[in-house]
Design a binder for this molecule. Structure first.
Ligand code: NAD
Length: 324
């Protein structure tokens, strides 16, 4: 299946799902106020504008803002007033404000709760959320079989797994029958400061798994205003990203645009999920994508920023529990 263009924004095939997702996807965690307060009006306007500009993929989770993100996204999508098959929605299970629970019973209940909050009959993708915090063997032996049953009910169309350490993906994919996991969602590993996901792409392709990469702005590190207080990166990473942002500003460039263009350039990644809180951010991010098609990406600035970030390149932070 080939890539198509909608108003300048590419829609790329997502693994073997048959879905075509916009190269820029709408990350809805900020609608749960995790990067600061966002009014419902601003959230609705951002979602509406995103859809108008060709963004057709929206990602949320019950965890974001303790269910707030799902509720706000659901209302905003309903307000679009367009047929359900015009947009693709993913949500997650297993991670909640109260903690992690990947049991079959909890994830089966979870989808009904999510559908109610989202005001939808089905989601396109249900991800197991941040599986490194659970037992990976439980994901293989209990959670994914429960999700396969949900697929049969029509409440979910496809199954995904998400998390930070890249080894979780190979651990699970090597232990389940082909076609069990349709997509993976990796975050903070295909940004200008950390591109370690690249090495895993041939493996994921060989497994027929669609690739979603999130957090091209490294959860706020690659923005002019910098990351939120809870950001887990080391002081060295934070300082290097701050220096890169200052460099761009001095040159009349925007670090976020440079970072997003870097992430968008690999077509083996179907979609880059960016968290957005306003019409302005939607416009900037879609423009960053469409300008690549016209002018190419800003190689000179990307190269200068990569140089500044070299001392911390591919550095990450710990996430999850010790697997036995
Ligand atoms: P991100 O790197 O997309 O950064 C989001 C931050 O950047 C927000 O503060 C946003 O307001 C700001 N921003 C966006 N566009 C901007 C622009 N043009 N200029 C300046 N600032 C801009 O990080 P994220 O939101 O954590 O990741 C994107 C999405 O991916 C999430 O919303 C979520 O849907 C998904 N995600 C999933 C997981 C997981 O499943 N474990 C982890 C991380 C992210």
């Amino acid at each position: 299946m080939s890539t198509q263009t909608f108003g300048g924004l590419e829609h790329r095939p997502l693994g073997n799902t048959g879905l075509k997702v916009s190269s820029v996807g709408f990350g809805a965690s900020p609608l749960g106020n995790v990067f600061g307060n966002v009014s419902e009006e601003a959230a609705f306007a951002a979602v509406r504008h995103a859809f108008r500009l060709g963004i057709n993929f929206f990602d949320t989770s019950p965890y974001y803002g303790g269910t707030l993100s799902e509720k706000v996204l659901g209302k905003a999508l309903k307000a679009l007033g367009v047929p359900r098959d015009q947009y693709i929605v993913s949500t997650k299970c297993g991670r909640y404000k109260e903690g992690f629970d990947f049991s079959a019973e909890r994830v089966t209940r979870s989808i009904d709760e999510s559908l109610e909050r989202l005001q939808l009959d089905y989601v396109d993708i249900l991800h197991c959320h941040d599986i490194e915090f659970g037992s990976l063997d439980q994901i293989v032996n209990e959670t994914l079989p429960a999700l396969l049953k949900l697929k049969e009910t029509g409440k979910i169309r496809f199954i995904g797994i998400t998390g930070l350490p890249l080894q979780i993906f190979t651990y699970v994919l090597d232990r389940v029958p082909p076609g069990t996991v349709d997509v993976i969602l990796s975050y903070c590993h295909y940004s200008i400061n950390d591109s370690t996901l690249e090495d895993l792409l041939p493996y994921l392709k060989s497994k027929g798994v669609g690739v979603i990469s999130a957090s091209p702005l490294a959860m706020g590190l690659l923005t002019e205003i910098g990351p939120p207080e809870w950001h887990p990166a080391s002081p060295e990473i934070k300082a290097a990203c701050q220096a890169a942002a200052a460099f761009c500003k001095e040159k009349g460039k925007n670090i976020s645009k440079i970072a997003l263009q870097y992430s968008l350039s690999n077509k083996d990644i179907s979609t880059i999920l960016v968290g957005m809180i306003s019409v302005g951010q939607v416009e900037e991010n879609v423009a960053a994508a469409t300008e690549i098609a016209i002018f190419g990406k800003d190689e000179e600035t990307i190269s200068a920023v990569s140089n500044i970030l070299k001392p911390v390149k591919n550095q990450t932070w710990p996430s999850g529990i010790q697997q036995s």
